[in-house]
Design a protein around this ligand. Sequence first.
Ligand code: DGL
Length: 282
Amino acid sequence: MSEIINLPQTPGPIGIFDSGYGGLTIYSEIHRLMPQYDYMYIGDNARAPYGTRSFDVVYEFTRQAVNFLFRSGCHLVILACNTASAKALRNIQQLDLPGMDPSRRVLGIIRPTVESVGDVTKTRHVGVLATEGTIRSMSYPLEIKKLFPDIHVTGKACPMWASLVEADEHLTPGADYFVKRDVEALLAKDPMIDTIILGCTHYPMLLERVRQFVPENIQLLTQGEAVATSLQDYLSRHTSLEQRCTKGGTTIFYTTESDERFREQASRFLRQPVYTNKITLI
Ligand code: DGL
């Protein structure tokens, strides 16, 4: 992507990218707060989950998606995926953007999530449930330490959860087995935890299942609201970028898997019919 390519200079939609369906939990909050903009969503369902993939592969897949969104007219892209934010964001910002168009922006979702945690935890013991890639990257403990050095962070990878959502098996008794196992393992590591970050955008789709196994005094933090508020604030401070985001209130959804399946699952989650196109990312 670092090669010079001719990107459209006219204003365009805001790009939102995830490995699959998870980014819809971020898109829905962004759209609820800012329905005036046009959006373009990519779910790389054919290659999901990303959580167990290597740094290089996640970087390459994310680069391809960002490239597609830029070529399609986006000036601003949100990586609505923690794994991509943890493993690809920095390289894209530092190695790729300068050679393409330094005025375009790619933003992740870990920082805005972390910013919201300081006010929530009382015990200053926070748990993070996320993909293997996100947990191994140590992005959450590192980012939290920068802002709130007094907070103790414990992570637990949940290798099955995103796959269960992708396979539409997340509301089954089979899913409960994995959810219970991983939640209990996290709480056994640190019984002082009073706040759990659901650090994968697929996990809000499992929220009710997670709630059953988490004691009531523990807060479950999802990311959508914090990301949407932070984006609104970002756009208000970056007016020249904001002016390059079109305001027609439309959304185009792209998937790398079956468009019919995406249409069905996304329409069910968003509670409205969505129009979907199949693409190939290269
Ligand atoms: N939804 C993504 C995240 O937030 C990735 C899940 C996956 O593909 O493993 O990490």
